[in-house]
Design a protein around this ligand. Structure first.
Ligand code: FE2
Length: 186
């Protein structure tokens, strides 16, 4: 990775740490400030297919851009290929997602009050295209699907993925009473 990109990434993570001031669970207002930092830094990172190949249809790629050595806030580039989707899941840490290329549709869920682990759709689907941000708190649940061409999205998580439970352990079953958004639009 180029030294100028690494330097920019280092400054970004330092600025995020300064804003957080040790908070593990920032509120939405603070997450929006972090999103603004990420958006301001993104053009200088010069993310392009020469260094980071774009996913082919059906392929999902994850590039580690900046990892906190102690497992704190870390930045990844995700390239999801056309036709890919993820089941409802939590991150168990805060997350800020910034679109760079392509559009990813996010369905947000909440657990039903009487629980039993059932999910209810929490809002209309939110599209995250170039320059658009999605912020999520640790307990938020979402499912994603790529709309159209393969995507690039920056994912900034409150903790490094290596310090979180495996993805499969953070997933929920598709709620049978709700449309499976990934299949519905294929
Ligand atoms: Fe996610």
């Amino acid at each position: 990775m180029s030294s100028s990109r690494q330097a920019r990434l280092g400054r970004l993570l330092a600025a995020v740490a300064e804003l957080l001031a040790g908070q593990a669970n920032p509120d939405e207002r603070l997450l929006r400030q972090i999103a603004a930092l990420l958006k301001a830094a993104a053009p200088e990172l010069q993310i392009g297919p020469a260094q980071f190949p774009i996913a082919q249809p059906g392929q999902e790629l994850l590039y580690e851009l900046a990892l906190d050595p102690t497992g704190g806030p870390s930045l990844y580039l995700v390239s999801d290929g056309a036709g890919t989707h993820s089941p409802p899941h939590t991150h168990q840490t805060w997350a800020v997602v910034l679109g760079l290329r392509g559009v990813e549709l996010n369905q947000l869920y909440r657990l039903a009050g009487d629980s039993g682990g059932r999910l209810q759709a929490a809002a209309t689907e939110q599209a995250v295209g170039p320059g658009e941000c999605l912020v999520m708190q640790a307990e938020d649940i979402h499912a994603t699907r790529v709309q159209g061409e393969s995507c690039y999205h920056l994912h900034l998580y409150g903790r490094a993925l290596s310090h979180l439970p495996p993805f499969a352990a953070r997933c929920f079953d598709w709620p049978s009473s709700l449309p499976n958004v990934a299949q519905m639009h294929r």
